[in-house]
Design a protein around this ligand. Sequence first.
Ligand code: E4P
Length: 225
Amino acid sequence: MVEFFIDTASIAEIKNVLPFGVISGVTTNQKIFSCEKGINFKDRVQEILSVIDAPLSIEVTKTNESDEALVAEAKEYSSWSPKNIVIKIPMWANGRGLVLASKLHKEKIKTNVTCLMTTNQVVLAALSGATYASIFYCRVRDAGGDPVKVVQDSKRIIEESGSKTKIIVGSIRKPEDVAEAAAAGAHIITITPKVLLQMPFHQKTEDTIKEFDQAWLEFKASCKE
Ligand code: E4P
């Protein structure tokens, strides 16, 4: 069964959807954190984990520094909660992300190789030992690719090879994207609160509920005391 993660760093948004009982992880990136003004990064990460005891992806940021600085950043984040913190590593064109992912894999640090647009990138992430590989669904489409095919092909290759890497599909913009990605075989879909909150709604469902409520009222009115 597909799993759903929530794509936000907002405590209020996480608390709002947690009671649905459908969320089993959290993903973030620098852009998502930039919406959370005036907070302390480490405090917020710990606060998220106090609300939900589940995998939380946070991205390395020291991209203009040495490989050693990146490894140190990843290790520091992971030390905050080795069980739940997942280090997000971009698929840099020069392979630097793969070097980092394979190094962290050897040290048993969980990783999420991210910003993936092609099946080749997903395969590379899986071979590097990534815990998760994040396909950016709508950005694939923006770039002229076919996200359904990328998810389907990646899933098949991963399954046939026996790799343990889980595919996370992110960059979801509407409920229909979630259904497509799930049908294509995503292990996990990370969904913004805005999209998740739209998912229970269908006008015909609303109309049907009203119809049944009305029928019940009519039935009750006809009943003997
Ligand atoms: C997933 O891990 C990313 O955080 C996110 O889904 C990216 O989505 P965007 O294309 O809306 O930036």
